[in-house]
Write a protein that binds this ligand. Structure first.
Ligand code: SAJ
Length: 403
C-alpha cells in the first residue's frame, strides 16, 4: 500500500492515478476540510480529466484520511515555499510530514519526496531527522513531479520522470511503482542530481520567459513588434524563445529559481536578474495602463478592468498570479479602483470583482487582458467597442495596445 501525504495540486492527481492503475492507495492530508470534501465525493480543484480520474480511483477503493498509515511506501507531496528574505527553500512542510511519517513507518520503509527542493535539501534537512530519530533504516528517494497545471492528467501519464535514490535497488523499486501508470521514460539517478534537475528545468523556463519580457521592453522602447520578432527568430532551427507576458505566477516557475539564487548568491547572476525582470512585469503593465489612459484622455481608473485573476489560462489557481501582484502594486502606490473579473474564480477574493463578463464590460472602457482564458478568445467580439491592452497578443480587433 502507498500512503500519499499532501493531497494538493500534485499529491491528489498522483494518488488518484496510482489508485486507478491498481495500486492500493490511502491519501493523507492534515487539512480535515479537504479530506471531508474528498470523502464527500468532490474534487478540490478544477483540472481537465480530474473528475473522471477521481471516480475511477474511488471505484478502485482509494481512501482519504488525516491519519498517517503504517505501510512500506510513502510519497510526500507537500508545498515548499521560499523564504522571501533569504530566497532559500523553506522545507518546513516537508520536514513536518517526514516527522509524522517516521512516527508510524515500519522498519525499512521507503519515503519518496515529490515536493520540489533545492539541491542538497534532503542531505541538509531530511537525513538529519532520520539520524536524530535513529531511523536510518528508512530509505529516502526524491522523485520530483513535472506535471503542468492545465494538462496534469495527460502529463502524469506521458512525461518522463526522474528518480533519485541512494541505492540502485530502491530506485528501481520506486521506478516499478511509477511504471504502474507512467508511460514515459523513468531515469534513476542520485538524490542531489534529481533535486537539481527539477529546479533547473523550472529555472530554464523562467530565464527564457525573462528574456522574452526583456525583448518586449526593448521593442516597446523603440517601437518594434516583439511578437513578430520572436515568431521570425523561432523559425531558426536552434532558437526557441517563449512569450512575453504580464508576469510569471504559479508556485513553481516564480519560486524554484529563487532557491538557486538563495543558495548560490554570488554565482546565480543571470537567474537573479531574470527573476527580477519577471517580478517587475506587473508594474510594467500598470505603467502601460497609465500611459494608455493618458494617451486616450481617460482620467477615471474605475473605468479600467483586468480580465483574469488566475496565474495562467484555463486553471483556477491564483497562487502568485500577476493580476494579484499588479493589484498589490497599485495599493502600494496608494491607488485603488481597478475592476477585475475571472470566469474561474467564483468567490470574492479582491475588491471590485465581477462574476459576469457582460456586467464587467458594461462598467469599463479599457480592458487589460491579463490571462488568455478560452472564454475571452471565444468572446473577443465583445471587446470591439473597448480600448484593449492585450498582454498576450490574442486580440486582433482594431484598437489594441500591447505590453
Ligand atoms: N508564462 C509566460 N510566457 C510563456 C509561458 C509561461 O509568461 O511563454 C507564464 C505563465 O503565464 C505563468 C507562468 O509563466 O504565469 C508559469 O506557467 P507555465 O505554464 O510555464 O508553468 P507552471 O508553473 O504552470 O508549471 C511549471 C512546469 N515546468 C516547466 O515547464 C519546466 C511544469 O512542468 C512543472 O511541473 C511545474 O512548473 C512545477 O510544479 O514545478
Amino acid at each position: 500500500m502507498v500512503n500519499v501525504i499532501g493531497l494538493g495540486y500534485i499529491g491528489l492527481p498522483t494518488a488518484l492515478m496510482m489508485s486507478s492503475h491498481g495500486v492500493e492507495v490511502i491519501g493523507t492530508d492534515y487539512n480535515k476540510d479537504l479530506v471531508d470534501t474528498l470523502n464527500a465525493g468532490h474534487t478540490t480543484f478544477k483540472e481537465d480529466g480530474l473528475d473522471d480520474l477521481f471516480q475511477s480511483a474511488l471505484d478502485a477503493g482509494i481512501r482519504f484520511t488525516t491519519d498517517y498509515q503504517v505501510t512500506d511506501t510513502y510519497i510526500v507531496s507537500v508545498p515548499t515555499p521560499y523564504d522571501k528574505f533569504s530566497k532559500k527553500v523553506d522545507p518546513c512542510y516537508v520536514v513536518a510530514a517526514v516527522k509524522n511519517v517516521l512516527d508510524v513507518a515500519p522498519q525499512g520503509a521507503v519515503l519518496v519526496i515529490e515536493s520540489t527542493v533545492s539541491p542538497g535539501t534532503v542531505e541538509k534537512s531530511i537525513r538529519p531527522i532520520l539520524k536524530e530519530q535513529n531511523r536510518t533504516d528508512v530509505k529516502l528517494v526524491h522523485a520530483p513531479e513535472r506535471i503542468i497545471p492545465g494538462n496534469m492528467v495527460y502529463e502524469l501519464l506521458h512525461n518522463n520522470r526522474t528518480i533519485g535514490a541512494d541505492e540502485k535497488e530502491i530506485g528501481e523499486r520506486i521506478k516499478q511503482l511509477y511504471s504502474s501508470f507512467c508511460q514515459g521514460e523513468i531515469v534513476v539517478t542520485d538524490i542531489k542530481t534529481a533535486e537539481m534537475t527539477k529546479v533547473v528545468e523550472n529555472t530554464f523556463r523562467a530565464v527564457n520567459i525573462a528574456f522574452a519580457n526583456e525583448l518586449a521592453k526593448i521593442c516597446r522602447h523603440d517601437n518594434m513588434d516583439v511578437y513578430e520578432i520572436i515568431r521570425i527568430c523561432n523559425m531558426h532551427p536552434r532558437v526557441n524563445i517563449l512569450q512575453p507576458g504580464p508576469g510569471v505566477g504559479g508556485h513553481c516557475i516564480s519560486v524554484d529559481p529563487w532557491f538557486l539564487v538563495g543558495d548560490y548568491p554570488s554565482l546565480a547572476k543571470v537567474i537573479d536578474e531574470s527573476m527580477k525582470t519577471n517580478d517587475g512585469m506587473p508594474d510594467f503593465v500598470l505603467n502601460r495602463i497609465y500611459e494608455i489612459m493618458k494617451e486616450k484622455g481617460m482620467t477615471d481608473i474605475t473605468r479600467v478592468g483586468l480580465y483574469g485573476l488566475t496565474y495562467k489560462e484555463n486553471v483556477d489557481d491564483m497562487r502568485e498570479s500577476p493580476t494579484l501582484q499588479l493589484l498589490e502594486s497599485q495599493e502600494r502606490h496608494l491607488a485603488t479602483g481597478l475592476k477585475v473579473y475571472d470566469p474561474f474564480i467564483e468567490k470574492d477574493v479582491v475588491a471590485n470583482q465581477y462574476h459576469n463578463l457582460d456586467e464587467f464590460l458594461d462598467d469599463i472602457d479599457l480592458v487589460v487582458i491579463m490571462v488568455k482564458h478560452n472564454e475571452i478568445k471565444e468572446e473577443m467580439n465583445k471587446l470591439s467597442s473597448k480600448v484593449v491592452l492585450d498582454c498576450h497578443n490574442i486580440c486582433h480587433l482594431n484598437e489594441v495596445y500591447h505590453i
